[in-house]
Structure formats: structure tokens, C-alpha cells
Design a protein around this ligand. Structure first.
Ligand SMILES: *Cc1c(COP(=O)(O)O)cnc(C)c1O
Length: 373
């Protein structure tokens, strides 16, 4: 019997201007797209495997994981994981027993709390200053650690809500003084901006390939300092080559190949971070001229920005389609990335978006305000 005819499943946002914070740092350069096709078959990476992913010499996975990545992160040992959340879970599961405590910043990603829950550990929160800055003061770690006596501290750097970069070095100093390892969650940092674990002084770094390293996910990284590497990357008692927390092998296919193919591009763009910050600040000031209010650190230090948008909320009260008007108007203009239904506030990212495209976004906003004002 002939197989049923089937059309490819199409993606209808391709070609649009994309300002979705989840997506701006995960787009593949051309060479990575080609690599993806070449390695698309399942387990394609395992042709010459001798028992462990990070030891594969052909393709050059070993050199990438044991050579380039430790240099890149400033950490003694690095492994690939299936995402930032998996990296965080590996750390927590290695360090925490049920009932233990983990100190976490108030702006932490939901997956940090889920990791703790899965380990049956309790998350103790370091508060933020609240609206409008939502700043996490390093001294909060002092108090939280004294109070909770935790096995681990986590700093989200930057956080995924406001794009705030807390003083990581100072948080690391406090944690070190108190003998508590610090996990720096760099899901929105590693692959966008320079991150040097050595200089910061953290014990772990988690990273997200599909969010910030131009990789076709799911893929992430876990970096560990020498002091903790043996613990988190410990090998099995029954299968002595296999690392237990990694369940032997993690990103075993095309996802890793795209990360490797994109790496030169990632190195280059990290060197261009200063210009990305300038662009974000310029965009923020143009938004504020229109009556939006940027939350979080100001001037801002990251491309992820949260805006309160009172002009759009006003329009939504009478607009056709109510609060969905904004999404629809943007879609009409070929702009993607603001969540449908939001008008009081939203976040967006300017990372890697050409200035001309950002100008189009700003013009779209200003047109909507003018034609409804
Ligand atoms: C996106 C994000 C994550 C999750 O990353 P995955 O690689 O998809 O697991 C974790 N933490 C923060 C702060 C994030 O923004």
C-alpha cells in the first residue's frame, strides 16, 4: 500500500521581524542549518563512539567539550545537557537531599523552583526591591543563607523577567565566605555576553543553547569548578564510564552539532555585546518617549526588557478585538514576539535584531498610538 501523501508542516512566523526574548538568541546561522540537515538522523553522532558522548573524537565533540567550552565559560569542567533546567537539576540533585534548602533570588525562573520541588528541597527566596527596579541586593544572600543554612544558592543572571544583572561577583563572594556553592543560571547570558565563571567566582554555571547559543535545542551546558566536578559528574558503580546524573549521555545528536557549528558565530557576537547593550538602551529610550515605562535596571544592561505600556492598555479598552488588538496589529505588520492578549505590559528582546527592523517596530507602536489617540 502506498504511504499517505503528506505536506511538510510549515512555520508561519519565518521571515517576520522577531523580538520574542525566547527566540532572538536561538536563531541559527546558515552553517548551523546545513549542519542540522546533515546530522538530522537519530544517533548520527554516535558512529565512532567509544562509550561516552564527551569522549567522541569524530566529529570533534571531545575537543569542544573538554577544550573550547571550559575556556569559553571560565569553568574547570563542562558537559552538555538537554537545557539549562536539566543542568540546574543535575546540580541540585547532586547536592540536596529531601528536606534540604536552596537559596534562590526572587526573579528566578520557574524551572529553578521545579528543580527544587523534584529534589524535595525547599526554595528560600532572596527578595527583590519590587517595582520598578526589581533589584536583587547581594546582601539578601547573607541574610537568607544565615537563616536557611542551605546546600546551594542560585542567582539568575540575568533574570528572565526584567533582564537584570545583579552583582554576581559580590553574591559569589558572600556564598564563598559562607561555604555555600553558587549556581549562576546564565540561560540569558552565556552565548550573548561575556561570562567568566572564574572571574565571578561561582561554583556552577547553567546555560541554554536554544535560548542564547544559536542552537537547535533542546541543549544546554553545565560548567563546574574543580571542587565540585567530581561530585556532579560522578560515574556509575555498575557502568564505570557513564556519568550518573547525565544518565550516560545527554544531547546525543543534531542539537549538539548545531551548537558546535554555531560556536564561532557565538564567539564573535559575544565580542559585540557592548553594541547590543547600546542598542537596547536606545530602544528603551524611544519606548519611553511614547509613554511606555521600562522596568528593571536603568540604564539597562541587557537586551531583554520589560515595559509597562499604559498607552496600549488605554487603546485596548475600546479597540476592536479588545486586548488582542496589539498582537493582531503587529502580525499585520510582520512583527512577531509580543504575547497575544498582553497590553498592560510585555517583554521583548532587541538581541541581534537590526536597527532598521527595530525602527519598524517603534514606528508600528507609534502609529497605533496616533491612530487611536
Ligand atoms: C529560558 C530559561 C530557562 C530554561 O532554559 P532551558 O534551556 O529551556 O531549560 C532557565 N532559566 C532562565 C532564567 C531562563 O530564562
Amino acid at each position: 500500500m502506498a504511504p499517505p501523501k503528506q505536506e511538510p508542516i510549515h512555520r508561519n512566523t519565518l521571515g517576520m521581524i522577531n523580538i520574542d526574548p525566547l527566540q532572538t538568541g536561538g536563531r541559527l546561522p546558515k552553517v548551523a542549518r546545513e549542519t542540522l540537515m546533515e546530522w538530522a538522523d537519530g544517533y548520527s553522532i554516535c558512529d565512532y563512539c567509544t562509550g561516552r558522548l564527551d569522549k567522541i573524537a569524530t566529529p570533534p565533540v571531545r575537543d569542544f567539550i573538554h577544550g573550547e567550552l571550559p575556556d569559553f565559560l571560565g569553568m574547570d569542567e563542562v558537559r552538555v545537557t538537554n537545557g539549562a533546567r536539566e543542568a540546574k537539576f543535575i546540580v541540585m540533585h547532586s547536592l540536596c537531599k529531601p528536606g534540604d534548602k536552596v537559596v534562590v533570588d526572587a526573579n528566578a525562573h520557574y524551572t529553578t523552583f521545579l528543580c527544587a520541588e523534584r529534589c524535595e528541597a525547599e526554595a528560600v527566596i532572596v527578595p527583590s526591591s519590587g517595582r520598578p527596579d526589581y533589584r536583587v541586593d547581594p546582601s539578601g544572600y547573607n541574610e537568607a543563607i544565615d537563616e536557611a543554612d542551605p546546600e546551594l544558592a542560585v542567582l539568575t543572571w540575568p533574570d528572565g523577567k526584567y533582564g537584570n544583572l545583579a552583582d554576581a561577583k559580590e553574591v559569589a563572594r558572600i556564598c564563598r565566605d559562607k561555604g555555600v556553592p553558587l549556581l549562576l543560571n546564565g540561560a540569558y547570558a552565556v552565548g550573548r555576553m561575556p561570562v567568566d565563571g572564574n572571574r565571578i567566582g561561582c561554583s556552577f554555571i547553567s546555560a541554554s543553547g536554544h535560548k542564547s547559543m544559536a542552537s537547535s535545542g533542546p541543549i544546554g551546558l553545565l560548567g563546574a569548578s574543580g571542587e565540585y566536578a567530581d561530585l556532579v559528574f560522578r560515574t556509575s558503580k555498575t557502568y564505570d564510564k557513564k556519568e550518573v546524573e547525565l544518565l550516560g549521555c545527554t544531547a546525543r545528536g543534531s542539537t549538539l552539532m548545531t551548537m558546535m557549528a554555531s560556536f564561532p558565530h557565538v564567539l564573535e557576537r559575544v565580542g559585540n555585546w557592548g553594541a547590543e547593550v547600546e542598542k537596547a538602551r536606545w530602544f528603551s529610550s524611544r519606548m519611553e518617549e511614547m509613554g511606555m515605562v521600562q522596568m528593571g535596571q536603568k540604564p539597562h544592561n541587557h537586551d531583554l526588557m520589560f515595559f509597562e505600556t499604559p498607552p496600549f492598555y488605554e487603546i485596548s479598552k475600546t479597540a476592536k478585538g479588545g486586548r488582542y488588538f496589539l498582537y493582531r496589529e503587529l502580525k499585520k505588520r510582520g512583527i512577531h514576539g509580543i504575547k497575544p492578549g498582553l497590553t498592560k505590559f510585555f517583554k521583548l528582546s532587541t538581541f541581534g535584531v537590526p536597527e532598521g527592523d527595530l525602527e519598524k517596530v517603534l514606528n508600528a507602536f507609534s502609529e497605533m498610538i496616533r491612530s487611536n489617540g
